[in-house]
Design a protein around this ligand. Structure first.
Ligand code: PLP
Length: 404
């Protein structure tokens, strides 16, 4: 199927469609077969790579299922799109979200696995959330009061999650209060506890203490006849470093997208993950600048001898990290080319004294093809860490491939 521009800019649902063609050529052009020009940057997702990662992550967790955290628009990669891909994986136990409307969007995209909302919700959305069976979190006395008012609206009890703060300090029922709230929930006929969870901090010694706090609560709940449902604690870092955090399932975010939470983790060699996405943009302008010319508002880049400079229509306002101008590369054809300037909506790359690049040629800014353009490689080149690559704006269109 050829992607023409009209197809491409259609609504989210169209963007969810899977492109059945195989890998696209690296020499791809932004000019489609009908001559239409793709003028904006976009994101490509590989179904096969996401599914492979889900299975690797489950292996890292000793075979436990994965509750994938797709908050913040799946770290910029498209929550509905990634959720739809993961929905077909037997390693995936469900999807965890933080915003009410995004949880509903994921559901509306056709996700049939359980969806856990780990944040608050607007009262106007409560009927939809209940109707769509989004699992609501009780994370404070106030949130219990809010959810209690909804109990009894449906014939079946509303599924809720007990979100316990064992030490992260930002969300959840303080662990000292957890049993009192759990008892209260047990005694409300219209509610049923399907998850009990907490979030671990990164330092291992404190995370170990958090696990002990959590396990004491769960044991006490059991003693008092309060079901805890599915138990989980582990974001990516604890999943990798603390096997005792695995519980009934693990709850990673960044690993799902093929990045490790820290650079050079030994697990990265044992359980390699794939970069399941590409960030791409076409060359929209190509000019030979002369020695003495400069690029950018702050005249950041100075041309020392005549060189071809290409402009890509992507900048930090699209979520491309502005630090790229400090040494990142993009792949154009089979050549790695330095990024020399990043503004809000444009980035410039240097092609040297002579080039056969043309307007319409497509650059891969992030992707699996070369170490330098993987999220980890990019982080190394610009002196940052892996999470630099998680801010892509929702407005970037998503193309979904079976594999690449
Ligand atoms: C973000 C988040 C995660 C996942 O974190 P990663 O470091 O991306 O694995 C897990 N649980 C909660 C509550 C979160 O907010």
């Amino acid at each position: 199927m050829t992607q023409n521009r009209r197809q491409f800019i259609k609504s989210t649902l169209a963007a969810l469609a899977v492109i059945s063609a195989g890998p696209v050529s690296l020499k791809s052009s932004a000019f489609a077969a009908d001559g239409a020009f793709q003028s904006k940057p976009w994101v490509e997702l590989s179904k096969a790579a996401y599914l492979k990662n889900a299975s690797q992550i489950s292996k890292m967790a000793g075979g436990k299922p994965v509750l994938a955290v797709l908050k913040n628009n799946a770290y910029g990669l498209g929550d509905s799109q990634v959720a739809r891909i993961l929905n077909s994986s037997s390693d995936i136990a469900g999807i965890a979200m933080v915003k009410d409307d995004r949880a509903l969007a994921v559901k509306a995209a056709g996700v049939s696995k359980p969806i856990l909302l780990m944040g608050d919700f607007d009262n106007q959305l409560s009927d939809s959330l209940i109707e769509k069976k989004i699992i609501l979190s009780i994370y404070s006395w106030d949130s219990l009061a809010k959810i209690k008012r909804l109990a009894g609206r449906e014939a079946k009890p509303i599924e809720v999650a007990l979100y316990i703060d064992t030490g992260l300090g930002r969300m959840g029922i303080p662990y000292q209060e957890a049993i009192r709230i759990a008892r209260e929930v047990r005694d409300i006929p219209g509610l049923s506890i399907s998850h009990t969870f907490s979030t671990l901090t990164s330092p291992k010694d404190f995370a170990t203490e958090q696990i002990a706090r959590f396990e004491r609560i769960v044991a006490e709940m059991k003693k008092q006849g309060i079901p805890s449902g599915i138990k989980h604690l582990a974001p990516s870092s604890s999943l990798l470093e603390l096997p005792s955090s695995h519980q009934d399932c693990v709850r990673p975010g960044i690993l799902v997208h093929g990045s490790f939470p820290l650079a050079n983790m030994p697990e990265a060699k044992r359980y390699p993950l794939q970069v399941p996405y590409r960030l791409k943009a076409p060359v929209i302008r190509l000019e030979k600048l002369r020695a003495g010319d400069t690029i950018g508002f702050s005249r950041f880049y100075k041309v020392e001898k005549d060189e071809w400079i290409a402009t890509l229509p992507i900048g930090w306002a699209d979520g491309y990290n502005g630090g790229a101008e400090n040494g990142a590369k993009v792949l154009l054809g089979n050549q790695l080319v330095p990024v020399v300037n990043v503004n809000a909506s444009h980035a410039n790359i240097s092609l040297g004294e002579a080039t056969d690049v043309k307007v319409g040629d497509v650059a891969t800014l992030i992707g699996p093809e070369r170490e330098e353009i993987t999220p980890e490689g990019f982080g190394k080149l610009v002196n940052g860490h892996n999470y630099l690559q998680i801010n892509y704006k929702e407005s970037l269109p998503k193309k979904i491939y079976e594999t690449f």
